[in-house]
Design a protein around this ligand. Sequence first.
Ligand code: C5P
Length: 220
Amino acid sequence: SKSLPLYGKKILITAGPTYEAIDPVRFIGNHSSGKMGYKLAETALQLGAEVVLVSGPSHELLNDAKLTLIKVTSAEEMLQACQIHFKDTEVFIASAAVSDYRPKHISTQKIKKSDAEIQIELVKNPDILFEMGQQKKNQLVVGFALETNNEIENATKKLQKKNLDFIVLNSLQDQGAGFQKDTNLVKIIDRENNINTYSLKPKSEVAKDIFEVLLKKLQL
Ligand code: C5P
């Protein structure tokens, strides 16, 4: 396996949603399945890498001698795990659908229903990808974007703001793409404004396309 292109390289990947607790039984979450992130991890392993996968709640399974799977629940836990592993990693890929906000207070007791309306105050979560982009030294940092309008323009802004090497733009325009699907339709945009357009394909194949770009950027 020493002949594999990513042998000796460590790759950090985030996957899945985050759950932000409201009380002991309720949370704010989203429909991310984690599929894309797990496929990326699987592909990296096949290419010989050592992988740290930081995953929010997901039904996906992956097991490998060279995989460290860290299961987390909230964005803050996900950030903590990434902070520990980012320093000695060559590549960071953020495919998690991190909740942008979390409840300001977590009730220790189950919130009782009454006839009154209630409000939940939300505070901003850390942007994990932005933080890693700031800490970036000789590393490659890759993000995802899901846009509904001005897709390329918005994705390019995100690439710059978060100091990414490239960004994978998910198109919502297509039936087969996105959350909980096994297929995805993407474009990859890099810092030099090169745009690669791919056809609708299984997420396992999308993962291979992403690593093809990564290997080129790593000059492998
Ligand atoms: O800004 P936006 O949420 O659209 O950016 C999406 C990208 O940023 C994804 O790669 C996602 O994993 C990452 N992200 C993150 N932490 C957040 C929000 C987004 O790592 N709090």
